[in-house]
Write a protein that binds this ligand. Structure first.
Ligand code: JA2
Length: 312
């Protein structure tokens, strides 16, 4: 659970007992990346609050634009959000023909909604975010992300993702995107086996899921667990892809991409390219293209060894 935000007379700010802001610099520290911290210079602290679930900070950095921080961990920056939002969305949606119903779990900033909305085949986009403060803060300070909420196909639910999935009719969705924070905090359950079982149940045969799956440099043990669970649950295919996001720990982040039994999904070869149709759009893609889609599944040998041998 979240600790208090404490500001002291020298201007330093502590979250969960860690001094995250000292002398005008924000440093991202966590037991999930012990012994290292990435720092950003602060121009201005714009918002500080405490929701029912976590500490929330928005600051203007000198090199990455505005930054959203939850419990001391960077979630989004204006400058590099495109890499994360475009990849977590288009890797799954470009891998199946004509996605129609999409569920986003987490993603309360709206960035994934903005990306899903590029797909003209999509008819319904449900989003379940646990923390209404994330939505409110995004609408106020991150309009280029929150624009996603303006699409008429979007239905916003504030609540627990596990409870939402339990309430969903079996086989409803073509795709589920799990845009979550790290497993320390409110997103903990979204990395466990019962959650993946509920996701599989919510998907149609041959439906796809893409989840935020941490860093090959820092979290191979977490990734190994997720892969093992997913191989037991998703009988179509189980894959790991990754991309660069400079403000996430180690500068890379990965995704677990799986499909349920049914029409086969070959994630490495996108069947539903978006590159051509979106170039006429007023907000062109900044990061994703079909080549980077296929390349995202190429793994360094050390990671490939663990992921490929996690089958049993
Ligand atoms: N962070 C979020 C989010 C959706 C809503 C609010 C915050 C992320 N998706 C991704 C965070 C990756 C964390 C890397 N340490």
């Amino acid at each position: 659970m979240a600790g208090a935000v404490n500001s002291s007379s020298d201007g330093s700010v502590a979250q969960n007992g860690i001094n995250t802001i000292v002398q005008g610099w924000f440093s991202e520290m966590s037991p999930m990346w012990p012994g290292e911290a990435h720092s950003l210079k602060i121009e201005e602290i714009i918002f500080q609050g405490k929701s029912d679930y976590q500490d929330v900070i928005v600051f203007k950095s000198s090199t990455y634009g505005k930054v959203l921080v939850l419990d001391g961990v960077i979630q989004v920056t204006e400058r590099d959000e495109c890499a994360y939002q475009e990849m977590i969305t288009h890797l799954p949606l470009c891998s199946i023909p004509n996605p129609r119903k999409v569920l986003v779990i987490g993603g309360g900033d709206g960035g994934v909604l903005r990306e899903v909305a590029r797909h003209t085949s999509v008819e319904q986009i449900d989003l379940c975010e646990i923390d209404s403060m994330v939505v409110e803060v995004s609408k106020k300070y991150f309009p280029s992300l929150a624009v996603g909420f303006e699409d008429p196909r979007v239905n916003l639910h504030i609540g627990d993702g596990v409870a939402f999935l339990k309430s969903v009719t079996e086989g409803t969705y073509d795709a589920v995107i799990v845009d979550s924070s790290d497993p320390i905090g409110p997103a903990e359950e979204l990395f466990k086996k019962p959650f993946f079982e509920l996701v599989a149940r919510a998907l149609r045969p041959g439906g796809v899921v893409c989840t935020q799956a941490e860093s090959i440099w820092l979290h191979m043990h977490i990734i190994e667990d997720i892969v093992k669970n997913c191989r037991q649950i998703f009988k179509g295919s189980v894959n790991y892809a990754w991309t660069t996001v400079p403000t996430y720990p180690s500068g890379v982040i990965g995704f677990m991409l799986c499909s349920t039994e049914g029409p086969a999904v070959d994630f490495r070869h996108p069947v539903n390219p978006i590159d051509a149709q979106e170039s006429q759009c007023d907000r062109p893609l900044k990061f994703y293209n079909s080549e980077i889609h296929s390349a995202a599944f190429c793994l360094p040998s050390f990671a490939r060894k663990v992921i490929e041998s996690s089958s049993k």
